[in-house]
Design a binder for this molecule. Structure first.
Ligand code: GLU
Length: 306
């Protein structure tokens, strides 16, 4: 299942982000990527397969100086819904200007309509994903205020999202928002770490804020400013998590087997989310390599909920 990590601090974002992705690996994914904001530039690296491969790749591409210096970044483990599991389709995705970078969990249902409208305005897309459309839409709405641009873009979106966005326009800041896909923000000392899963956050802080649907948060190393999608301030309490990371992964259950039994309905719903086309009575299996002919020859299908 897909995952998001974001970090803003003084330095060392890369190792926190990759460490966070490793904590999310147990949920399953097909590709991973990370973006760092440093000295007015966004550096993006992506890999199909294990987070370990992404880790090796960024060490080679970026080297220790950049990895140690950059204090702001976002990262993602993808589970393809729109477009096959390739490097081009992996997140983060950039907007048309190359100044805004986005990671996204969920599905933009009206992405085709938005994409063709943006293409009509000269936007060029590098992936098959719904997520890249959202990145371009935010860029299209940008008039000098990133949070407002994201609000304006999200008002046009039908679907579900947990997102984290960075931009060279506003260094040292991550904007996160959610509708139907969780985002939790951990407030540390001189650093803030956000994720789609509290297990990522606990190694750094136990003070967390859970976003509600249609909340948007502007996050800096010194704290967070919470709004709704009409840019009106909202207040959410800070929760103190007493569980350790292992206990959070077990979700309050005594052991993993019990957790998995109780999570089956939700896991099945998540597994088919965005993959059923109810109108045509068909399915969209973006990560499936087999051809229609090979599929027609299958004699048995086993559904496994992992
Ligand atoms: N719909 C997006 C994609 O296919 C996000 C998938 C996910 O939640 O990982 O790229």
């Amino acid at each position: 299942m897909c995952g998001i990590v974001g970090y803003v601090g003084e330095c060392g974002a890369a190792s926190v982000l990759i460490g966070g992705l490793k904590r999310l690996e147990y949920r399953g994914y097909d590709s991973a990527g990370v973006a760092l904001l440093d000295r007015g530039e966004i550096h993006v690296s992506k890999a199909v397969g294990k987070v370990g491969m992404l880790d090796e790749k960024v060490r080679k591409e970026w080297g220790p100086d950049l990895m140690e210096r950059a204090g702001t970044g976002i990262a993602h483990t993808r589970w393809a819904t729109h477009g096959s599991p390739t490097e081009a389709n992996a997140h983060p995705h950039m907007d048309q200007s190359g100044k805004i970078s986005l990671v996204h969990n969920g599905i933009i249902e009206n992405y085709r309509m938005l994409r063709s409208r943006l293409e009509g305005n000269g936007h060029q897309f590098l992936s098959e994903t719904d997520t890249e459309v959202l990145a371009h839409l935010i860029g299209d709405c940008y008039k000098g205020d990133l949070l407002q641009a994201i609000c304006d873009a999200l008002h046009q979106v039908v679907g579900t999202f947990g997102i984290a966005v960075i931009s060279t326009h506003e260094p040292g800041r991550i904007i996160a928002a959610r509708r139907g896909s969780p985002i939790v923000i951990g407030i540390g000392l001189g650093e803030v770490i956000l994720a789609s899963d509290a297990a990522v956050i606990l190694s750094r802080t136990h003070r967390v804020v859970y976003l509600d649907d249609n909340d948007i948060a502007s996050v800096t190393a010194n704290g967070i400013d919470l709004r709704d999608l009409d840019n009106i301030p909202v207040t959410r309490g800070i929760a103190e998590l007493s569980l350790d990371a292992g206990a959070v992964e077990k979700g309050g259950f005594e052991h993993f087997m019990l957790k998995e039994i109780y999570e089956q309905p939700k896991a099945l719903a998540n597994a088919i989310r965005g993959r059923l086309d109810v109108l045509s009575g068909s399915s969209v299996l973006a990560g499936m390599a087999s051809s229609a002919r090979e599929l027609a020859e299958l004699t048995r299908v086993v559904m496994v909920v992992a």
